[in-house]
Design a protein around this ligand. Structure first.
Ligand SMILES: [Cu+2]
Length: 161
């Protein structure tokens, strides 16, 4: 009785092998949002990392790691859910962050307990140099622009030509 069934069950197994990866992938947490956002540039040091997934997570299997531009880990507080939101992991940043590109590595597991992992980067831009100097620079630029404008409008003034 098993013998005639075999080709059919083999076909069924093949079908399962094709379908299962998609099914399990759909059941695993997928990153949908991050703060700071992936590939973003931030001007000030963020106080916390926050990553939101498409499904509720198991906190015991969830991890966040922040690596500085040299690849050294930046001290983070314990990873926890953002208030009542079990799809969002957050961790306060305890260490200091010099300017540069940072890597966030995350691990997250949903109901089935299979940890998914991923990473993304963001850039902390260098602190702007003395705001007074910046204003002066902008002023100079503006002055230059307006004198150019005046120059262009000069032919309109009668008598100059
Ligand atoms: Cu799984």
């Amino acid at each position: 009785m098993l013998q005639p069934c075999r080709p059919r069950s083999l076909a069924f197994l093949l079908l399962l092998a094709l379908v299962l990866p998609f099914r399990s992938a759909a059941a695993h947490p997928r990153l949908v949002r991050a703060v700071p956002a992936a590939e973003s540039h931030v001007q000030t040091m963020p106080r916390a990392l926050s990553v939101t997934f498409n499904e509720s997570l198991t906190i015991a299997l969830s991890r966040l790691t922040l690596l500085d531009p040299t690849g050294q880990p930046v001290a983070l507080d314990t990873v926890r859910f953002a208030s009542e939101d079990t799809k969002t992991l957050t961790a306060s940043i305890l260490g200091t962050m010099p300017a540069g590109r940072y890597t966030v590595k995350w691990q997250a597991a949903g109901a089935d307990g299979h940890p998914m992992r991923g990473q993304y980067t963001f850039v902390l831009d260098a602190a702007p140099v003395e705001s007074t100097k910046r204003t002066t620079d902008t002023g100079t630029l503006k002055g230059g622009a307006s004198s150019t404008l005046r120059g262009t409008s000069r032919p309109r003034v009668p008598g100059v030509r």
